[in-house]
Structures are given as structure tokens and as C-alpha cells.
Write a protein that binds this ligand. Structure first.
Ligand SMILES: O=C(O)CCC(=O)C(=O)O
Ligand SMILES: [Fe+2]
Ligand SMILES: [Zn+2]
Length: 640
């Protein structure tokens, strides 16, 4: 069944073709240092078609093997050329004669031109079929009989009510536990009503025998409790992935029914294909389960090896049963690269700011910033949050209540029946505090300057204290704990404290955005876009980090948060865009590119439960209430 190809004959076209050929040969020489040959060899290059032009391995192969057997096809990532190897020159010549100068190799029908080469490029992709399988990977052929295959297929009733699903590429059905694709995990607390069908029980003794025979069982074997059925039509596949380490133990099993397919295993730049034969059981353990990805390329033809070389095989519909056993806890594998447990832990430790740097960071990215933005900051903070005001009003007449980190003092006048005392690290903010008090005719305002880590007040001498939006400016868990301990120290027995810190999750439980996120809408209307703001802040950051590096070598590189968006990290720099008064006090947004009016404030935004975990380390206090309010995690506590 030969493909119809059109041959070009005119001399003019021939010369043009030759020029193009030389140009491409020069590119290949430049890329790989290999030379073309004027006389036939066993190696052919298709000079003007490759992976980057959309040519596939199976298309090259199906064209070429019409004329002669092919030993090897070499497709190179991002290249517009590819290679074929034959076992002898005569075969190569046959292919050359029939494909060179002909259209029909590619779907868009361009003319292909070929050259002989003396050698193949040196690269890892060569002879993928000749390599040994990844460690821990085993294929057990004929694992079930045809009759058993039939029984399994009818038991899983794949034709009925399989999810047409969000997965465009194949149908799936879950047993035992549902697999949630967005999260790549299972909901442990939510088993499905449909368990793994009993017909599958025939598989387990058989498997146990096989893995013992192979000496594979370094893991404790247990019968799977989760099954995913995948139904692939020809042309459908599954992207390369690793089954989430923390979700499932090893091994991962896959039984192939109805049809066979080539599965690709990948590890860095290495690729290793494997034919999953019909009725075979695939066992992925060790490195193949944890350190290699597996996937099925969506295509209608698979390239497979034969005795003499390579050939293509059309795909059939395939049904696979993937069996897994849930892991209930973190993964403890020795393969960190694809391990979600390991990556999460690494992220957490990376975030930790060395204590030697913390004070310096706070000085530069908290204290000195507030000193400079104080008046503008003050204008943006008027209205007390209702729940904070409620807390303050809950104190009886004559109580002494401290506001530690009082800022512009907006909470110093919520309850005139108590003695309110404020303190703050920033002299400028205290200044705005006094100014504000005079404009609202407050009878008295007592403030003093101090650091929240050392409040110069006698222990157990106050009835109440609050810390609103302060502790998230401290750069280590130790310092955050110190600040809370200092509050606890001040409180008399029975005294109560309230803490507000910014939450990493700015959405309440019902996924309602906080006021902070909602402001994004109006921000977009401003002259300065979020993106511009981010860019400017980046420039500023570069300068600041340079300074910080000079002062404290090894200081962390912190990400700059994009205002009014979700927090992606816990330790971030949040830009403050200072409005400067120009033109007789009319406010205007500056537009200078390296904007000296963007200040970066350091924040540690809190995860849910993080504040409670800190409180647990202070035995003198007890948390009586914790809640989420306007994008903050909040706790109320009492001194015992
Ligand atoms: O179809 C297969 O054999 C593999 C399916 C798979 O890898 C999965 O569902 O995670
Ligand atoms: Fe998988
Ligand atoms: Zn792992």
C-alpha cells in the first residue's frame, strides 16, 4: 500500500533543492559536528522535517518502511530535521530514492529532502528499545486469561456511567476512592460507594507469587484499595506524570485490557518506552514508581521494535485498570525530585529566614518603611474593625488596656471608660497618633515608643492587650513567639489579649474575597497597573537586596507580592505605593519608572492554625476563641 507521492523534475527546482540541502547540512554540522556523505551510507537525515515542524516518529517510520526496513528513527527535540538508520546501504538507498524530493511525508504536503550522513548525532535518545528498564519496573505478560479479561471488563461495566469527565483525552472511572485530578490526590475521608469489584481478587495471590519470585518486594505488600479505570480510544493518551507520592504507596499496578499501547517512562532527558501488552500487568516500584514519570503519547500509531528493526502498529481501544493503595501520611521515599512531601518540606525550610538576618530585615523592610510612609499610611487607616472594637468595649470601667503596635492609634478611643495606652516602634506613626487624637478631640492619649519584643512594663500589670497587624512583620517564628510571650507576660491572671495577623489565604471559608483582594478592581483603573507596580517594586527590591546582602551576607531573596492577589508564599515583600502631595497638596500618583515612592514591607502571612500552634507553646495562656476576619487570622486568649 504505497503512498502517492509527487516528484519534482525541473532542473531549476533541483538546483534550488540542492542549495537548501547544503544549508541544512551545515546546520546539522554546527549542531552535532557530524558530516554528510556524497555516497550512500546506512544513515539518512530528513533535512527539513522534524519534531519542530510537527513531524512525528510514527509518520517518518510509516513512510520509510513502505520502501525498506528501518533500524532506528532519531527524532530530536526542537529540531527541524531527524535521522533514520538502516541495517545496510541498499535499504537506505531505497528509502532515499523514494522520499527525497517527494511530498507526502508531512501532513501539509511539503517536499522532503534527504542526505546521507556518516554517523548519527551523539545523543541519549538513541536505541531506546535496547536499554534496560528503569529500576523497579516489571511487566508481567499474560497475567490474565482472555476469559478473565472478559469477566473483568464486564464487572467494571465501563460502557455505563463512566465520566465523560473534565479529561478531554480519555474516560475514567474510580473505585474505592475518587481521584481528584486538579489536586492529583484522593479524598481519604470520602470513599466511594463502589469498591474494587470482587473479580479482581484473582489478581492478588498471583501477583504476590510473581513479586516474590522476582525478589521485588522490598515493600510490604497489601491488597490495593483504590482502582482507576482509564479508557483510551486510539489517539488518546495520558500526560507524563508521577502518581502523587504522598497519595499512594508502592507499587502502582496497571493491568492492560482490550488493546496494547506504548507507555513512555521519562527521567530527566532519558526516555524509555515499553509496550504494555494486552492482558499484561505492569508493576511500578522503586525508582520507576517514584523517580520516573510515565505517560502515553496521544497518537494513533505506536512505533515498536521488530526482529529486524522498527515498525508502526495502529492502536486499538485500550482499557487499563490502575490499582493503588492509599498512603496515609507523608512519603518517606529516597527520591526527592518528584516527591511532593519532600518538595513541600524543602519549600518550608527555604522560607525560614536566618535569625541573624531577621532584625536587619525588619529594620530595613518594616521600621524604616513605616517611618517614611507614616502620614500616608495613617490616612488609609480610619475605621476600627468591628470585632476589635467589640473586644475593647468588653473591658470594664477602669481597666488598663495596651495596644502594642498602635500605629495611628485608631483603637485608642474605642472605649473611653478604660485607660488606653499605645506603643509603637515607629516615632512617625506615634506622631500621627497624637495629631489624630487632637483632631478628634480625644481627652487624653497616652503613647510611648518601644519595640513589641520588649515592652518596658511590669509583668502581670494589665487587664488587656491587643496586637493588630503587627506580629506578621516579624521575620522568624522565634521572634513571633517572643512577641506573643511579651503580651502574655504583661497580662494579669484573667487578663485577655487579642491578636490579628494577615492570613495567607485571603478568602474566607465560603471563598469570598477579602476587602484586600476586592480592591484589585479599582486598582486596575488607576494609572499604575498592578504589573507596573510589580515591576517598580522589583527594581526597588533589587537595590534593597543589594544593600541587605552587603550588610548581612546570606540574607534571603524574598519574592515581591503583587498587591490585591492571592499570596503564593508566606514570607513576602508587599509594596506600599506612597502617594506624594504635589500641586498645592493635590494628591497624584507618581509615574517615574524606578519609583522612589514604592516601599517594600516585609510580611510573614499566616497559614490557618499557625497562630494557634504558636499559642500552644506559651503555657501561661489559653486560647478562648480563634477566627478569621477580613483576611486575618485572629485569636483571643486569656492568661491563666
Ligand atoms: O493507563 C495506564 O496504564 C496508566 C494510567 C495512569 O498512569 C494513571 O491513571 O495514573
Ligand atoms: Fe499514573
Ligand atoms: Zn516520595
Amino acid at each position: 500500500m504505497k503512498k502517492k507521492v509527487s516528484r519534482m523534475t525541473s532542473k531549476h527546482v533541483c538546483r534550488k533543492l540542492e542549495r537548501k540541502q547544503r544549508r541544512c547540512e551545515a546546520i546539522i554540522f554546527h549542531d552535532f559536528g557530524i558530516e554528510s556523505s556524497g555516497s550512500p551510507t546506512t544513515i539518512l537525515a530528513i533535512l527539513n522535517a522534524g519534531l519542530s515542524t510537527g513531524l512525528t516518529e510514527e509518520a517518518v517510520l510509516s513512510s520509510a518502511i513502505q520502501y525498506a526496513p528501518v533500524q532506528q528513527v532519531l527524532m530530536l527535540p526542537n529540531k527541524s530535521y531527524c535521522f533514520l538508520e538502516c541495517s545496510n546501504e541498499a535499504d537506505a538507498e531505497l528509502i532515499y530514492k523514494n522520499l527525497h524530493g517527494c511530498a507526502g511525508l508531512e501532513q501539509n504536503g511539503g517536499v522532503a529532502y534527504l542526505s546521507y550522513f556518516k554517523t548519527l548525532p551523539a545523543c541519549r535518545e538513541k536505541n531506546v528499545w535496547a536499554k534496560r528498564l528503569p529500576e523497579g519496573l516489571v511487566l508481567l505478560p499474560n497475567f490474565v486469561s482472555e476469559a478473565e479479561e472478559e469477566a473483568l471488563l464486564s464487572a467494571i461495566a465501563v460502557e455505563e456511567n463512566t465520566e465523560k469527565s473534565d479529561l478531554k483525552h480519555r474516560q475514567v472511572k474510580h473505585f474505592g476512592y475518587k481521584f481528584i485530578y486538579g489536586e492529583n490526590n484522593v479524598d481519604i475521608s470520602n470513599p466511594t460507594s463502589e469498591k474494587i469489584p470482587n473479580v479482581c481478587d484473582i489478581l492478588w495471590p498471583r501477583l504476590k507469587t510473581e513479586i516474590t519470585k522476582l525478589g521485588l518486594s522490598t515493600w510490604d505488600w497489601d491488597v490495593p484499595d483504590q482502582m482507576t479505570v482509564n479508557i483510551y480510544e486510539p489517539g488518546q493518551g495520558i500526560p507524563p506524570h508521577v502518581d502523587t507520592h504522598s497519595a499512594f504507596l508502592e507499587p502502582i499496578l496497571s493491568l492492560s485490557l482490550c488493546g496494547e499501547v506504548v507507555m513512555d517512562f521519562r527521567h530527566g532527558t532519558e526516555r524509555q518506552p515499553l509496550i504494555l501488552l494486552r492482558r499484561s500487568m505492569l508493576v511500578m516500584s522503586g525508582a520507576s514508581r517514584y523517580d520516573w514519570t510515565h505517560g502515553i503519547t496521544p497518537r494513533t500509531l505506536d512505533v515498536v521494535p521488530t526482529q529486524t528493526g522498527l515498525t508502526v502498529r495502529p492502536r486499538q481501544k485500550r482499557v487499563s485498570l490502575t490499582f493503588r493503595r492509599l498512603r496515609r501520611g507523608p512519603c518517606n521515599c529516597i527520591f526527592p525530585t518528584l516527591c511532593d512531601t519532600h518538595l513541600n518540606a524543602a519549600e518550608k525550610t527555604e522560607r525560614v529566614i536566618p535569625s541573624a538576618v531577621a532584625a536587619q530585615l525588619e529594620e530595613q523592610n518594616v521600621h524604616s518603611v513605616y517611618e517614611r510612609i507614616a502620614p500616608h499610611f495613617c490616612q488609609t487607616r480610619h475605621t476600627p474593625w468591628p470585632r476589635v472594637a467589640d473586644f475593647l468595649r468588653s473591658f470594664s470601667e477602669g481597666s488598663v488596656v495596651f495596644d502594642i503596635g498602635c500605629g495611628n492609634g485608631k483603637y485608642l478611643h474605642c472605649n473611653s471608660a478604660v485607660l488606653n495606652i499605645g506603643c509603637d516602634r515607629s516615632g512617625e506613626l506615634l506622631h500621627t497618633c497624637l495629631e489624630r487624637a487632637s483632631t478628634i478631640n480625644a481627652r487624653n492619649t497616652s503613647v510611648f515608643r518601644c519595640d513589641c519584643l520588649h515592652v518596658p512594663v511590669r509583668a502581670q500589670s494589665v487587664d488587656g492587650c491587643i496586637s493588630i497587624a503587627v506580629i506578621h512583620h516579624l521575620a522568624t517564628a522565634e521572634r513571633r513567639l517572643m512577641a506573643i510571650s511579651e503580651m502574655a507576660r504583661l497580662l494579669r491572671s484573667g487578663g485577655r489579649g487579642l491578636i490579628y495577623v494577615w492570613a495567607k489565604d485571603q478568602r474566607a471559608l465560603n471563598n469570598k474575597k477579602s476587602a484586600y483582594l476586592l480592591q484589585n478592581k479599582s486598582l486596575n483603573k488607576n494609572k499604575v497597573t498592578v504589573e507596573q507596580q510589580r515591576q517598580r517594586a522589583a527594581e526597588e527590591l533589587q537595590q534593597q537586596q543589594q544593600q541587605l546582602q552587603e550588610l548581612v551576607p546570606g540574607a534571603p531573596q524574598l519574592p515581591i507580592h503583587t498587591n490585591r492577589t492571592d499570596f503564593m508564599q508566606q514570607d513576602v515583600l508587599v509594596p506600599w505605593k506612597l502617594k506624594v502631595a504635589v500641586n498645592q497638596g493635590k494628591e497624584e500618583t507618581t509615574t517615574a519608572s524606578a519609583d522612589p515612592n514604592v516601599y517594600l514591607r516585609y510580611y510573614h502571612v499566616f497559614e490557618a492554625g499557625e497562630m494557634e500552634a504558636l499559642m500552644e507553646q506559651i503555657p501561661e495562656v489559653e486560647v478562648s476563641e480563634s477566627y478569621y476576619d477580613q483576611g486575618n487570622h485572629c485569636v483571643i486568649f486569656t492568661r491563666r
